[in-house]
Design a binder for this molecule. Structure first.
Ligand code: FES
Ligand SMILES: [Fe+2]
Length: 458
């Protein structure tokens, strides 16, 4: 005999229905980056990496960047031919140049053989009489859409904005860290750029996603939450996280230079258990929008004493540094040990930002989004945009770093305040040294860190 009584349920506390019929929207102003959108225009005022040099072979490579279908190719005149980044469709009758042929002087369309230089100039229209009016006219009147590119240490950068607003190609101090090996890598994300970029200004997720959730993905000490501080300096946002690991204090700094340049402390080199002074970033990385629902991380992973250990200098190592786990895993592995890809792609192709509940620990995310919104609106109002490269020929100073100091716990003082003070002192050392030449800057910061460890107080 069954028991006829059913459990009592109070329906009022369930909100599924109400939330289902009025789902939250996404932030259109920041998430949409296609040609002509306000944020797309903003992105098109800066240089971005668009591919690895190693991805350009003898065949044209289709790429999609900022919502635009393009073709990347290399002229075949010599091993290091010129790189072109051009619109995908031929200006004759719109055939795709993905099926074009890379030649000595440019790319030749498969359909009627027109030849285009890397800068888009029409060089040949072979089915037509070269010297007759129509051929002369089309060459004078039109070009294949093309963008300026710079190949630099294994990454191909492009500028997709108006020619008269092209900024200097920025040069970061990260390119000149002594004895560092820079390995180019890419990781693709099936989601909007903003949710991928958010993680860099969210240093606390390291303690949960990468540590407490399923065990350490980076070094053990990262499970400690630490004292978080955010510094806003023009286009630059710095999130310092200062943790105690037994007798040591570990200051790790995540960095964002708008719109999308990121660095952080080491993923594996420092673990908080031994002194380490002014280690530099694990990666020098850009989060590049492909379209509204896809993005790419294009980066160098940095190896050496002041980067990550050289045993990670392979594709798998780069993926671990980028996001905590390798990319190609079974669904079950992804569920059991989620990493950044699972966290950010799981939000959906474009996260419903209006359904977020931002907390004090999300301050970095709120601050940088607000600043991007301001810049997007400034551009729409015709105001000039700041660039990372402030002084021509001077390396842009960056702060993504890692320092560990032996400073044992003292019973008589509040350790939270002590950690905060140490973190701020480490940041100030960097700010005070920023105008020095790079070698002197590093020497001064390292000496100041050693002196603070010796002293035992910030
Ligand atoms: S469509 Fe390209 S040459 Fe005709
Ligand atoms: Fe992460």
């Amino acid at each position: 005999m069954s028991n006829a009584s059913t459990p009592a349920i109070s329906a009022n506390s369930y909100t599924g229905y109400g939330q289902a019929i009025a789902p939250p929207d996404y932030d259109h102003e920041l998430a949409e980056i296609g040609p002509g959108t306000p944020c797309g225009e903003f992105f098109r005022r800066y240089w971005h990496p668009v591919a690895l040099t190693s991805e350009i072979g003898e065949l044209p490579k289709p790429v999609r960047i900022l919502g635009e279908d393009l073709v990347l190719f290399r002229t075949s005149q010599k091993a290091d031919g010129q790189i072109g980044l051009v619109h995908r469709n031929c200006p004759h009758r719109r055939a795709s140049l993905v099926f074009g042929k890379c030649e000595e002087r440019g790319i030749r369309c498969c359909y009627h053989g027109w030849l285009f230089a890397p800068d888009g100039e029409i060089l040949e229209t072979p089915g037509e009489d070269d010297d007759a009016g129509p051929a002369l006219d089309v060459r004078a009147r039109t070009r294949l859409g093309a963008y300026p590119v710079v190949e630099f240490r294994g990454l191909v950068f492009a500028y997709l904005g108006p020619p008269d607003a092209m900024p200097e190609f920025p040069y970061f101090d990260a390119y000149d860290v002594p004895d560092i090996i820079m390995r180019p890598y890419r990781v693709d994300y099936d989601c909007n750029w903003l949710q991928v970029l958010d993680a860099i200004m969210d240093p606390i997720h390291t303690s949960f996603l990468h540590s407490q959730n399923a065990g350490a993905q980076f070094s053990e000490g990262m499970a400690e939450i630490g004292e978080l501080e955010i510094f806003e300096r023009g286009l630059q946002f710095l999130g310092s996280n200062t943790r105690r690991v037994d007798d040591h204090v570990w200051v790790r700094v995540n960095e964002l230079i708008l719109p999308n340049f990121t660095q952080a402390g080491a993923a594996f080199q420092a673990d908080g258990t031994r002194s380490h002074f002014f280690g530099r970033s694990s990666f020098t990385r850009w989060v590049v929008p492909v379209d509204d629902e896809h993005s790419i991380s294009l980066a160098w992973a940095n190896f050496g004493e002041r980067g990550d250990p050289e045993k990670y200098n392979n594709q798998e190592g780069c993926e671990l540094i980028e996001q905590g786990e390798i990319v190609d895993r079974t669904w079950e592995e992804r569920q059991r040990r989620p990493a950044d890809a699972e966290a950010v792609e799981g939000m959906g192709p474009i996260s419903a930002h209006k359904g977020e509940n931002l907390m004090p620990t999300d301050r970095g995310v709120s601050l940088y989004r607000r600043r991007i919104r301001r810049l997007v609106r400034d551009l729409a109002e015709g105001k000039p945009l700041p660039q990372p490269q402030q002084i021509s020929g001077e390396a842009v100073r960056t702060y993504g770093q890692d320092s560990v100091l032996k400073m044992p716990l003292k019973n008589e003082i509040d350790d939270g305040k002590f950690l905060k003070d140490v973190g701020n002192a480490v940041m100030n050392m960097q700010f005070e040294a920023e105008h020095l030449p790079l070698e002197e800057r590093d020497a001064q910061i390292i000496a100041a860190l050693a002196a603070m460890e010796e002293r035992g107080t910030p």
